[in-house]
Design a binder for this molecule. Structure first.
Ligand SMILES: Cc1ncc(COP(=O)(O)O)c(C=O)c1O
Length: 459
């Protein structure tokens, strides 16, 4: 009999509550600030988000019930399988046991639908008719397009230009689910036109696309259009915690009592938080777990950027968030991991890192592609370029366990498949990719602008 590689949960065992890390942090994170430098009120956020999601965003309740209507949508692909990467372990010759939570099994191919269906559902409850959003690699845009199609909502997606050009199939997926997808910066908003005027050939950025999507939502006078964000904010991270909660149940089934290392790639931080936050609770309660958020070395937010108040978008339409940030004017180099090209990172994750609850790592794209190729040729699944960062970190940790002769348990989030990202693989295979290092001068230049904003308390 072949050894077990997939651990499934029955549909009945799917978690019925999300876990809210805000309930257990030894110190609360600094609040978002409005243009007057004072903490934003829920009413101020009401122009962008429905009140039911704003309430979730500021909640400090530990467990939050998942409404039945959302469970009915999640069960279409959840619980997702946890895999033991036996073939990868064998090739590496490591004594470590490597597990990956396979979020690529969702209809859109990543973890993003976990929050997309929740956000679309709460918006529908609030009487909203249309959602606007941005997308980097196209994973979030297609997830929201899928969710809106289930609930009969209109969706408009601003897709970062470089990904729009590199990943036409993502756009086609969104159209198949009925969404309108435009390249960002576009001529359809004042924020987009302002950027195009300065730099008509810009590759775009998530920060610019967010500005466009927020502008389109707040300028709809009917009040029936809201904006939806695929990462960064507390409620988005909350919806993703179903990943880590399922993983814990699955590890119990195979008798794994102690997890040594938990890894996730980080753009805005949602898939990392989804897997890691339930383990962070154990860490807060005394467990020894190495929790590693992994980011691109070309966009080194957690590893090198200052902790400061900054806008979440390029045009300054969002509240000021306390986070590690490369500056809202930062245009990341055109690496293939489009979903990791963001100037900031979730305030909750920034705070957790400052508290020592997680230890970030940054990696260059060539090492990540090498890891993705090894993964594809051992485990078989072709990873998204974003996911390859988590794989490369897991491989590093597994090699370290080999050197130390330790039987470690390593768990990483397989955040999405790369079947729509094959142009990046083609470029890698033909030697057309290279690494981008961010110089100190560039870092200082982009972060100069944020000095005008308040400094959050440094821990
Ligand atoms: C497959 C995949 N993984 C990771 C990310 C990064 O986002 P986050 O940090 O919110 O998980 C993205 C974003 O588009 C993605 O598509």
């Amino acid at each position: 009999m072949a050894k077990r590689v997939k651990i499934y949960l029955d549909e009945k065992e799917m978690p019925k509550q999300w876990y809210n890390l805000a309930a257990d942090l030894p110190k609360p994170p600094p609040p978002p600030l409005g243009p007057d430098g004072k903490p934003v009120t829920p009413e101020m956020l009401g122009a962008i988000f429905p009140m039911n999601l704003i309430e979730q965003d500021v909640s400090t309740q530990r467990w939050i019930d998942i409404p039945e209507g959302i469970l009915e949508m999640l069960v279409r692909w959840r619980p997702s399988p946890l895999h033991r990467a036996r073939a990868l372990e064998k090739t590496l010759g490591t004594p470590a046991r490597i597990y990956f939570k396979n979020e690529s099994v969702s209809p859109a191919g990543s973890h993003k639908p976990n929050t997309a269906v929740a956000q679309a559902w709460y918006n529908k409850q609030a009487g909203v008719k249309k959602l606007t959003t941005e997308t980097g690699a196209g994973q979030w845009g297609s997830a929201l397009a899928f969710a809106c199609s289930l609930l009969g909502l209109e969706a408009k997606v601003f897709m970062v230009r470089i990904s729009f050009d590199q990943k036409p199939f993502r756009k086609m997926m969104m159209q198949t689910w009925g969404a309108n997808c435009v390249a960002s910066p576009s001529n359809e908003t004042a924020a987009g036109r302002a950027v195009l005027e300065k730099d008509p050939d810009t590759p775009g950025s998530l920060g610019i696309a967010i500005s466009e999507a927020v502008e389109e939502a707040v300028t709809d006078k009917s009040g029936q259009t809201k904006y939806s964000l695929g990462s960064v904010l507390n409620h988005v991270l909350l919806h993703q915690t179903i990943i880590g909660l399922e993983t814990k149940k699955q590890l119990k089934i195979v008798n794994e009592k102690k997890v040594d290392t938990v890894i996730g790639c980080v753009g805005g931080g949602s898939n990392f938080a989804g897997l890691a936050f339930p383990f962070m609770l154990d860490k807060i309660n005394g467990a020894e777990i190495n929790i590693i958020p992994v980011e691109p070395a070309s966009c080194p937010t957690l590893t090198r950027a200052p902790y400061h108040y900054d806008y979440g978008d390029n045009a300054g339409l969002t509240p000021l968030l306390a986070m590690h940030t490369l500056g809202h004017g930062f245009i990341p180099p055109p690496i293939h991991a489009g979903g990791l090209r963001y100037h900031g990172v979730s305030p909750l994750i920034s705070h957790a890192v400052n508290l020592g609850l997680a230890k970030p790592m940054s990696l260059h794209q060539l090492e990540c592609y090498e890891a993705a190729m090894l993964f594809a040729r051992t485990e078989g699944i072709i990873p998204a370029p974003e996911t390859s960062h988590a794989i490369a970190a897991a491989i590093r940790e597994a090699k370290k366990a080999k050197e130390e002769g330790k039987e470690k348990v390593i768990v990483f989030n397989f955040s999405g498949h790369g079947l729509m990202d094959l142009v990046g693989y083609d470029n890698y295979i033909h030697g057309r990719l290279h690494d981008y290092a961010l110089s100190e001068e560039e870092l200082n230049k982009f972060t100069e602008d944020i000095k005008q904003f308040p400094t959050p308390p440094q821990l």
